[in-house]
Ligand binder design. Structure first.
Ligand code: FE
Length: 344
């Protein structure tokens, strides 16, 4: 198969197309990866892998859903060997679409805890992302934030910011709630949460955290790495937000903080299988995992990898150990439930 033909007409990442045009795939060891992770957060690691192994990595980035449908359209003609994406719900969708093949690697099995990978070995988590509560330091006593369930309490009326229900992070969080509390209790909770919204959902996770700082709401649900990005930023608005907002870790007496993963799977139609497996092992290794934590303020999936200074400063917490597969299994129920609860 000629890779040039497969890529004709695509311009998502010009460098990728050009590099494939430049020399024949038979000349060199390579591996092709589709990633919904933006280039800056993965490319330096891939470059290091290439340096250590001599294997060239061709990276194509895009949105998770966009790459998923692209993989489906390309079918067995796809040049991609690996699919890297964020959120267990998205990984589950790729699995259900039959895109992945199982991987047998002792290195991966030892590096990644069982609850952070697919039970059929079709994908492996590479980083852990926590979704706790962010609160306004001057208006909220963190001891008031006990559990996710308590966010439905009328005392929070008009005080909560969270993004819309079409976002997969919220869908996965609600899917986890369903796994822990059942559908009925979760729906009741979602209705109470919606009643407590300070405004109609708008913007992404960063916007919810900024809205706490600017006084539009008192608490917000968001992923921690966005706050990490603000902490490491020299931008005045970010620094202002960081000075006014703090993290409360909910559910410490119960299931633990809701966590999600970014992860990677070997594609069914991979042609560079050996190189792809080497890259998966590399990404799960302590060095790569530590880099990830350092640059993107995500928690390493590999428990042997050190945390960054930012993560250390936020302190340790109990994370939910619900198998990630539950987030995908309950995704459809979660979406319907949020709709019934009026979460737009
Ligand atoms: Fe994100």
């Amino acid at each position: 198969m000629n890779l040039k033909v497969v890529f004709a007409g695509f311009t998502i990442v010009l460098a990728f197309a050009l590099s494939i045009t430049a020399c024949s795939p038979r000349d060199i060891e390579e591996v092709n990866i589709y990633s919904s992770r933006n280039e800056g957060l993965i490319k330096p690691l891939l470059d290091q892998f290439s340096e250590e192994t001599g294997i060239r990595v061709n990276l194509l980035t895009g949105s998770g859903d966009g790459l998923l449908s692209r993989l489906q359209n390309e079918g067995r003609n796809s040049p991609a060997d690996l699919f890297l994406t964020v959120d267990a719900g998205a990984l589950h969708r790729a699995k259900e679409s039959g895109l992945f093949q199982p991987v047998h690697s002792d290195i991966l099995d030892n590096a990644i805890p069982a609850h952070l990978r697919d039970s059929d070995r079709l994908w492996y988590g590479l980083s852990m992302r926590a979704r706790p509560v962010f609160y306004a330091i001057d208006r909220v006593n963190p001891e008031e934030i006990t559990d996710y369930l308590s966010l439905a309490d009328p005392k929070w009326r008009g005080r909560i910011c969270v993004r819309s229900s079409d976002n997969v992070y919220n869908q996965s969080m609600v899917a986890a709630m369903i796994a822990h509390h059942g559908e009925e209790a979760t729906e009741q909770w979602a209705r109470g949460l919606v009643a407590n919204f300070a405004r109609n959902p708008v913007g992404g996770d960063r916007d919810q955290i900024h809205a706490v700082a600017s006084g539009q709401c008192d608490i917000a649900l968001a992923n921690t790495y966005y706050f990490g990005g603000m902490t490491l930023s020299s931008d005045a608005t970010n620094q202002d937000t960081v000075s006014k907002v703090a993290i409360a870790w909910p559910a410490q007496e119960s299931q633990g903080v809701h966590v999600n993963v970014s992860g990677i799977g070997l594609l069914q139609h991979a042609s560079n299988t050996d190189n792809a497996l080497k890259l998966m092992d590399f990404l799960a290794g302590v060095e790569a995992q530590a880099w990830y934590a350092e640059v993107n303020s995500e928690y390493p999936a590999n428990p042997n990898a050190p945390w960054s200074e930012v993560l250390e400063a936020w302190g340790e917490f109990k994370a939910d150990e619900l198998p990630m597969s539950a987030l995908g299994d309950n995704n459809t129920a979660a979406v319907r439930l949020m709709d019934r609860a009026g979460w737009r």
